[in-house]
Design a protein around this ligand. Sequence first.
Ligand code: FAD
Length: 110
Amino acid sequence: PPDVEALGRGTWTLLHSLAATYPPSASVAEQNQMGTFMRIFARVYPCWYCAKDFQGWMDRDENKLERYLGGRREFGDWMCRAHNEVNKKLGKDEFDCSKWEERWLSGWKD
Ligand code: FAD
């Protein structure tokens, strides 16, 4: 099985980078593409129990992705909340989502 920690770090880098480069205001086509990508991602992520919990989180009413694909702000905040859900589950500190763009768009040293 893959190294769940290394896989996770690399994957969060990809996911937050996708949000950071998502258009400030996304077209319907861009929203559909990202929605499709995330739904498939949640099915094929090669840590099966991680993927299962992530799908469960995405299925909750308050997390329905369609509502958060309008632009970078909403999508980035959604991604930050998704990551915080895993942080909570693993007993890690929650990340301050107001710092999300600073971390993933402008960039800081980690
Ligand atoms: P990571 O959590 O990988 O974070 C990397 C960096 O992102 C941090 O150093 C910080 O700068 C930044 N960051 C942290 N939180 C946020 C946030 N909320 N928003 C924006 N930036 C943030 N591991 C398991 O053991 N069990 C699981 O069930 C599990 N589920 C996962 C589900 C998904 C979809 C993904 C992508 C990963 C999952 N992981 C899971 C892996 C886990 O989330 C971590 O990636 C792994 O434990 C390594 O943690 P880390 O402390 O190095 O930092």
